[in-house]
Design a protein around this ligand. Sequence first.
Ligand code: GLN
Length: 195
Amino acid sequence: MRIGVLAVQGDVREHLTHLREVGVEALPVKTTEQMAGIHGLIIPGGESTTIGMLMQEYGLDQAILDRYRSEPFPIWGTCAGLILLAKEVHGWSPARLGLLDITADRNAYGRQLASFEAWLEIPALGEPPFPAVFIRAPRISRVGPSVQTLAWHDGWPVMARAGHLLVTTFHPEMTSDHRVHAYFAGMVEACRSRV
Ligand code: GLN
């Protein structure tokens, strides 16, 4: 099983390391050709406008959409990656995939609270609580009826899933807890064993 990390900008290396540490083969994805060799994709945090524009310039947006529409293909977006997956965004974000029925408010925590840490109860991961790092995070201000919220913080959804799509407003690749990476690897594995 091989999982790709979209590698046009953002915290790519940390995701690759975490994937390898949970026993998954991990590849940076920079070209449309590299999309063929992977069974799931992580879109990392970074700057959503930059990632979106580069993704478009390299034709990766179309390659991801084609792959997603033609077969079960798990995608996990963290932070900026979540913004790129959201169907609706408040705050400028011109080039997106728009696959997941949520609304994301960019930089909703404002300047002072731009970055913070919190312990999250995530029933899908079990005990203990998950150490979550939020860096200029978006807020999920709406989830569609098909979307399941997996974790909340201060009354707002911070981790959500619909089918093969997973999003987190925080950065699991920046802590030493590997459970979200293992959870996503499980989604990819489940997909493959069904084919
Ligand atoms: N604030 C960034 C954006 O709007 C996201 C921050 C992140 O990915 N850590 O694109």
